[in-house]
Design a protein around this ligand. Structure first.
Ligand code: ADP
Length: 469
């Protein structure tokens, strides 16, 4: 239940309503008791004044109380719950007929409260018939004689009313809470309906229809941003999915040609009796093609690893980009010599970047090898590494076959090989894609431009490591 929003909403409403009603009940109980006691005290005070008015003297010596003549009704009915007593000094002057036991103490124990301005004490007690009573005691001096009046009222009727009201309240509380819970349930149901619509819309999208989008206009305002986020996620997923699909198709297509070559070579070798030298030549051809395929498969694996985010900033360390380029130049020298290419490097500065040494060396080597591979015999390749602001700028220029303007747009696409390169088996069309992915993972960029008089110039820019880092 706590895992669902509806459940939590209900629980919160239920708890807050219970606390609210408990608080209300307590306040009501307190307020009612106060109001009832207050009105009782006012009544007692009024009755007291009435009894006080009956005290007089005829001869100026003896104090009397005219109760017998004046008081009728409640004060004369036995055990009516309305009593009074008048004391002159410590002796009882008058007592209401309603009090069957005139000695019954109407002011036992400690008073509840005392009003100094009126000289009145309030008492709470249990009557002769176990009924709840409230008394008021008043003291004053009349003709230099201390007089004490006690007036008492039964409170059971008022208390019964209070208890009845409280009981009504307690009775309707669960009904109210249940009603509120039902209303909350309906509100929660209505409020969460847009979330249900949203999830229904999401359910309709699978890998088969990634091009579909959630209609943001139809969503509740609060869910619109979420829908937009989902749509952009879907956009990226779709792109990744399509790229994956294309890559798979391209890979199959690319591997088909060398496999067909291997098959044809085997067919020829098996067609007729051949000398050992012919077989060796065939095997040599097959091996060369298989080597190419192996290179392609390795490049594909590298790309897949890059795509799946295996290389990321969390694994980067402070490394010397200059060492990476130096290593790449050393590794490319053999190929350059074989192809009779002059390879020169100007790496004067020691530049540090945050990155992966192996991947950056591989990227640099790829560019230098391409510059050698797509060069004319006796051509030149110039490698340089400099600092521009807070960027390391690595460039490889060659005097090779060059790349046309249109082809420059596509050479970073996977499996793309420019027309001039397609005749050679030595390449997969994946090298530059890998270089671009590595550079971008390092927060850098790669560009290509044509050289005056033919040839190309590839430039990688990488952010330098922060000195303080
Ligand atoms: P590969 O070299 O394996 O074919 P790349 O991704 O490294 O694949 O390069 C893609 C294409 O870009 C190459 O086939 C080639 O046509 C072109 N290219 C790359 N570097 C150069 C260069 N330095 N000079 C001319 N063409 C180049």
């Amino acid at each position: 239940m706590l895992r669902s929003i509806k459940g939590r909403l209900l629980l919160w409403i239920f708890l807050s309503m219970t606390i609210l009603f408990a608080g209300l009940g307590y306040a009501l109980h307190f307020k009612l008791h106060y109001a009832v006691n207050d009105s009782l005290d006012k009544l007692l005070h009024a009755n007291l004044q009435f009894v006080k008015g009956m005290i007089h003297t005829h001869d100026g010596k003896n104090i009397e109380c005219e109760s017998d003549e004046f008081i009728k009704g409640d004060y004369t009915i036995p055990d009516s719950g309305h009593y009074y007593k008048v004391f002159v000094g410590e002796s009882l002057l008058s007592v209401s007929k309603s009090l069957i036991e005139p000695d019954f103490n109407l002011t036992p124990g400690e008073p509840l409260s005392y009003d100094a301005s009126k000289q009145e004490w309030i008492y709470q007690l249990t009557g002769p018939n176990d009924e709840p009573l409230r008394s008021i005691r008043h003291e004053f001096t009349y003709m230099d004689t201390p007089i004490r009046i006690v007036v008492t009222e039964e409170t059971s009727a008022s208390l019964r009313l209070v208890h009845q009201l409280i009981n009504y309240f307690l009775l309707i509380t669960p009904v109210m809470i249940t009603l509120i819970a039902v209303i909350s349930l309906i509100i929660a149901e209505f409020s969460l309906r847009p979330v249900q619509h949203f999830s229904d819309a999401l359910k309709r999208i699978s890998h088969k229809n990634l091009e579909e989008r959630i209609l943001t206009g139809k969503q509740a305002k609060e869910l619109r941003r979420l829908a937009e986020k989902f749509n952009s996620l879907l956009e990226r997923l779709q792109q990744a999915f399509e790229a994956e699909k294309n890559l798979l198709g391209d890979a199959a297509h690319e591997l088909k040609t060398p496999l067909a070559v291997i098959k044809a070579e085997c067919d020829i070798a098996l067609q007729r009796e051949r000398s050992a030298a012919d077989h060796a030549a065939s095997l040599q051809n097959v091996r060369e093609v298989a080597d190419g395929m192996l290179g392609q498969v390795n490049s594909l694996l590298t790309l897949t690893r890059l795509d799946s985010g295996l290389l990321d900033a969390s694994s980067f360390a402070r490394i010397s980009f200059t060492s990476c380029v130096e290593d790449a130049v050393l590794l490319a020298e053999t190929l350059a010599r074989k192809k009779n290419i002059v390879l020169s490097a100007a790496l004067n500065e020691e530049l540090t970047v945050l990155g992966d040494e192996g991947s950056l060396t591989e990227a640099a080597l790829n560019l230098i090898e391409n510059a050698v591979k797509y060069n004319h015999p006796g051509g030149f390749v110039a490698v340089s590494l400099t600092q521009h602001g807070n960027m390391a700028v690595f460039s490889v220029s060659d005097t090779g076959i060059g790349i046309s303007e249109e082809e420059r747009e596509r050479i970073f696409d996977r499996f793309y090989r420019a027309a001039a390169a397609r005749s050679s088996h030595d390449g997969s069309g994946l090298g530059l894609s890998i270089v671009q992915a590595v550079v971008r993972t390092h927060g850098g960029d790669i560009t290509v431009e044509g050289q005056e008089g033919g040839g190309s110039r590839f430039t990688i820019t990488l952010p330098l490591a922060d000195e303080a880092a």
